[in-house]
Design a protein around this ligand. Structure first.
Ligand code: NAG
Ligand code: NAG
Ligand code: NAG
Ligand code: NAG
Ligand code: NAG
Length: 422
């Protein structure tokens, strides 16, 4: 029984890790020494500098950076970073009032630094600041810089008692409203990646936040997950592995994530196992990662999340439709929702006038093509054709959209054009 449990847990851990790596780290990085070494032999720094985005990333490149704190209605104190204008030596900074605010919302297992990992020419956060925007970087509850609460400590299980429902319901409006008010009531352009797309689709489907958002760009839009091409993710969901981990009393993912990283190092260290195959099967091959950026990415991940969030995502892999978290029985669901089944987020009811750009990749096993097609069918059919655009990149997988060396040309330029039109 115990063996069973730990085997199941290991498998689960591996698949989770894949979700966020979603790259081919073994082609980019060697794990053979239990450390990250890129394939031209330059080791990643042994211990990353304590991560505070403003100091270590933005200011290091000469960008201004502000650190704001935003308290959600349910008490989480979130860190919200701002790069108000471009490089300090850049004279085109202009009048702050003319700079449109943009909120960047990261995905699962990472945080706001994922937008700043490469050089200023490569990273979306810097590119937008240099391009004349007022850039804001969200960090969801639980991640390294957002681990405070008005009454709870991360050591309390209650601190982790949430899924992405609550990110959509509390974190997202809190940061959007903060940006809106702080910039003199300017509507905000939104950019989400992965889970950062699911939460805004969920909010829009309930006709929320529309008065705050000027347009939305969805990178690797995630909503439906039941057709995922990631076999191991599906297996983990079908084995109820997240649920098993939760039941043994682990409510925060992070301790699990550390074990997973070690496990992965072992697996990739075994010469009999071809890591490339393992990774491709799990998450799909990224085409265009710069090794040094990948290295930085791996050092900043996995960021903590709650086990309940992972349970919610497994529920979505197991079933059609996008629903709230299922408490597992009619009685509990009645208590929370006043109905025996969790309520549906009806994506067909997203208002048809919201300007949206959806960008997805052919190699992405998570924001996979069949599920994305289904989402597009739901969204595009009724949407004002002037207000929806779809971009497809056949070679791109999940992480490419955030850290690929050619993303500035392929993804970010069209995105800025889109903002200029809306
Ligand atoms: C492992 O690390 C040691 C020292 O850090 C180095 O000498 C050795 O070549 C490495 N081995 C491999 C397989 O990378
Ligand atoms: C920027 O502005 C300063 C003073 O306003 C001026 O001396 C400098 O030449 C300008 N730099 C560029 C690159 O235009
Ligand atoms: C990758 O990044 C490094 C430094 O960050 C840079 O020197 C190199 O030119 C980049 N490679 C590509 C292909 O962009
Ligand atoms: C998060 O913070 C902890 C402790 O402050 C640190 O040990 C860890 O490396 C950090 N993780 C990341 C991914 O930045
Ligand atoms: C979802 O919304 C659409 C459009 O408003 C509506 O026609 C449909 O009946 C709704 N579906 C459900 C299950 O409520």
């Amino acid at each position: 029984m115990i063996l069973h449990n730990s085997m199941a847990t290991s498998l689960f851990l591996m698949s989770l890790l894949m979700l966020f790596l979603d790259s081919n780290p073994c082609t980019a990085l060697s794990w053979r020494n239990n450390s990250l070494v890129d394939d031209i032999g330059i080791p990643c720094p042994v211990s990353p500098h304590p991560f505070t985005m403003c100091k270590s990333e933005a200011e290091a490149y000469g960008y201004p950076c502000e650190d704001h704190k935003v308290t959600t209605e349910d008490g989480y104190i979130l860190s919200l970073k701002r790069i108000p204008h471009g490089h300090d030596t850049d004279n085109s900074t202009g009048d702050q009032k003319t700079r449109q605010p943009i909120l960047l919302f990261h995905g699962l297992f990472v945080d706001g630094v994922s937008w700043l990992l490469g050089t200023p020419e490569q990273s979306l956060g810097f590119i937008l600041a240099d391009g004349g925007f007022d850039v804001w970087l969200a960090n969801t509850r639980g991640t390294n810089t957002s681990r405070k609460h008005t009454s709870l400590s991360p050591k309390d299980p209650a601190f982790w008692d949430w899924s992405w429902d609550q990110i959509a319901e509390y974190d997202l409006p809190a940061v959007l409203e903060f940006v809106y008010h702080h910039t003199g009531r300017q509507k905000v352009h939104y950019i989400g990646h992965s889970l950062g797309t699911l939460i805004i689709l969920a909010a829009f489907s309930e006709h929320k936040l529309l008065h705050l958002v000027r347009s939305a760009v969805l990178l690797c839009p995630i909503a439906y997950l039941s057709r995922t091409r990631s076999d191991l993710t599906r297996l983990a969901a079908q084995m109820f592995l997240a649920e098993a981990v939760y039941r043994i009393g682990i409510h925060e993912f992070n301790p699990v994530g550390k074990v997973a990283a070690q496990l992965l190092a072992k697996v990739c260290g075994d010469p009999k196992i071809d890591c490339h195959d393992v990774f491709s099967a799990l998450a799909g091959p990224d085409c265009c990662l710069n090794k040094s950026t990948t290295c930085a990415f791996m050092l900043h991940a996995p960021q903590p999340t709650s086990m309940r969030n992972l349970i919610h995502l497994s529920q979505m892999v197991r079933s059609e439709g996008v629903r709230r978290y299922d408490y597992g029985n009619a009685k509990e669901n009645m208590k929370h929702y006043k109905q025996p089944h969790p309520p549906l987020y009806n994506l067909s009811s997203i208002p048809t006038h919201v300007p949206m750009l959806l960008t997805h990749g052919g190699q992405d096993f998570l924001g996979d093509v069949p599920d994305t097609r289904h989402l597009l069918k739901t969204l595009v059919r009724n949407h004002d054709s002037d207000n929806i655009e779809v971009q497809y990149l056949p070679d791109y997988a999940h992480a490419d959209f955030v850290i690929a060396y050619n993303a500035p040309r392929l993804v970010y330029e069209p995105m800025v054009d889109f903002f200029q039109r809306h």
